[in-house]
Design a protein around this ligand. Structure first.
Ligand code: 5RP
Length: 221
């Protein structure tokens, strides 16, 4: 079993019969969704809300009952990967472009578990370019503001075209390394009109990070 799978399956230990689970996005969350699928096959009454079309598609293939987010649906546990995790448990997410929906699920869950392999653990955030979701209208102006803050934004591309999020927005990948105060940077960026969300998930959103090593050992913090 590889480290991503070990971390993901450890987090699924927190999923119990009758729970509503938030499904993350990416190659680590993939293993959590697979495991949840096997629990559903064994008869556990789990329902899920997906953070991306890709995770929604995977959950459907596995027979996991899906819900839309709503007031009557309190998410018990969300499980998701991350692109970087600092020593205080702050995250950069959004490498897969799903940061907005991921954050909506994470911040509306009773518990949010982050699952990573050791390659994601860093002292300071920001070597991984910070994804910032921006709306298309006026994007040149929003990009200029990100540039003025020193972010050197680059509009993410896919197949030779601008990458579109599931919400129809753009991603500006920004360079702010080293990010000394992740929450302060997040709040500063959120004040720019045209910025929808940033990939900084401050530590207070996170219940626990489960990191797995190639040796098979795990660390939870
Ligand atoms: C997607 C994300 C992912 O959780 C993040 O990119 C980590 O992905 P992976 O587990 O494939 O390394 O934030 O928007």
């Amino acid at each position: 079993m590889n480290a991503k799978q070990i971390a993901a399956e450890r987090a699924v230990d927190y999923v119990k019969d009758g729970m509503i689970v938030g499904l993350g996005t990416g190659s680590t969350a993939y293993f959590a969704i697979q495991k949840i699928g096997s629990l559903v096959k064994q008869g556990m009454k789990i329902k899920a809300i997906a953070s991306s079309q890709a995770s929604d598609d995977l959950a459907r293939q596995l027979g996991i009952p899906l819900l839309e987010p709503g007031n009557e649906q309190q998410i018990d546990v969300s499980i998701d990967g991350a692109d970087e995790v600092d020593t205080n448990g702050n995250l950069i997410k959004g490498g897969g472009g799903a940061l907005l929906r991921e954050k909506i699920l994470a911040t509306n869950s009773k518990k949010f578990f982050v699952v990573v392999d050791e390659s994601k653990l860093v002292t300071k955030l920001g070597k991984f370019k910070l994804p910032v979701e921006i709306i298309k209208f006026g994007s040149v102006l929003t990009l200029a503001k990100l540039e003025a803050l020193g972010g050197k934004p680059v509009v993410r591309q896919k197949d030779g075209k601008d990458f579109n999020t599931d919400n129809g927005n753009l991603i500006a990948d920004c360079s702010f390394y080293p990010i000394e105060d992740p929450k302060a940077l997040h709040e500063q960026l959120k004040q720019l009109t045209g910025v929808v969300e940033t990939g900084i998930f401050p530590t207070e959103v996170v219940t626990a990070v489960i990191a797995a090593y190639a040796s098979g050992e795990t660390k939870q913090f």
